[in-house]
Design a protein. Sequence first.
Length: 464
Amino acid sequence: MASQIWGGRFSGGPSDIMEAINASIDFDKRLAKQDIRGSRAHCAMLVAQGILSKDDGEAIMAGLLKIEKDISDGTFSFKRALEDIHMNIEGRLSDLIGEPAGRLHTARSRNDQVATDFRLWVRAAIDTLDDGLRGLQTALIDKAEEHADTVMPGFTHLQAAQPVTLGHHLLAYVEMTGRDRGRFADARARMNESPLGAGALAGTSFPLDRERTAKDLDFDRPMANSLDAVSDRDFALEFLSASSILSVHLSRLAEELVIWASAQFGFITFSDAFSTGSSMMPQKRNPDAAELLRGKAGRIIGAMNGLLIVVKGLPLTYSKDMQEDKEPVFDAFDTLELCLAAATGMIADISVDKATMRDAAGAGYTTATDLADWLVREKNVAFRDSHHIAGQVVKLAEDKACRLEELSAEDLHAVDERLTADALSVVSVEASVNSRTSYGGTAPDNVRAQVAAARQRFLSGEKR
């Protein structure tokens, strides 16, 4: 039996295999809300333009309201034979109101219809993820404020480098996620144009009011080129690009939590809420939530790469390949929404061992730079010379198997006569972090100021 959608050209129906590969209703039913909203805007515009009668418009609006309720209640029957969400809704509308249902598609194609639905969906997804990012930033800022004075080692090459505060470290992720929010906001602004009214590819001969439908759907404007309107998937790629970068940031945070929770570091402990045990080793507390957060970055990056490959060779305008655009976007969104919730929960959940962190901050001669800076500041020594002298002091401490602060004034003086007892005042980890008062530095007072600034920038409701 030929399809009711395009059966005029065909005498037979598709094979079961063709129906299976062609149908998208199993996943694009997620666009139902957006599809109905777009149909309402299109219907109202057709009536206002005299293209559709008032009576037909009222019947269509009533039918769409009934369908929306049925979908919300879970009583709507989605049919694979009708291929997609658009024809499932139109088919049910025809059952409800008869012949007027067929007039709804006047001056509209599934090409501009799906492009409109998908933009509306991605726009809403961005708003949801922004809420999740704001929640994660809140948890990070709260924890940073709590640990503004908690000293820990800062690392380069995963080697202890200089002392920092845990609050300062966590605020780095606040900045990263702030840029993530900015990327999503930028993508949202660019995608906020309406494809509706572009038709299949060339526009339409009907006197449409595309400005009206754009406004009704909260778009900034109609898209200027009908070919671009139905073929563009930049908005989906931008969404996946921003999602991929966010997933990398979450993965880096997760990696640090995994390292910090290990017995070899012992900086933090997860509660039972965000850790699991071992089926064989009774002593284990595994940071599985953090590991899964780290692992899911590959899934999201894969979604972006997959869609890039789908789109890269497509001529204008619509090709059925573009049906492959939705599942990666849906999956990336679902994954990210869960990952943000997990990351927020873990940050709030961790218990910090301040003593272990403080002890680790002094291991590895992390205040050697402070000694070199003291020579520059107090004795007017060129930094390259002071760097060499400080290196000699480190070598002496290594030979004596002690920390820098455990050296005596005599030890320092033996390395260089310009090193006096006063130099010992700068080599404790507390003195080191307290001295880092440059803008963006790790000094506890700086961290408290940065916490206040971050609350204003990211949590006050102001647009960045």
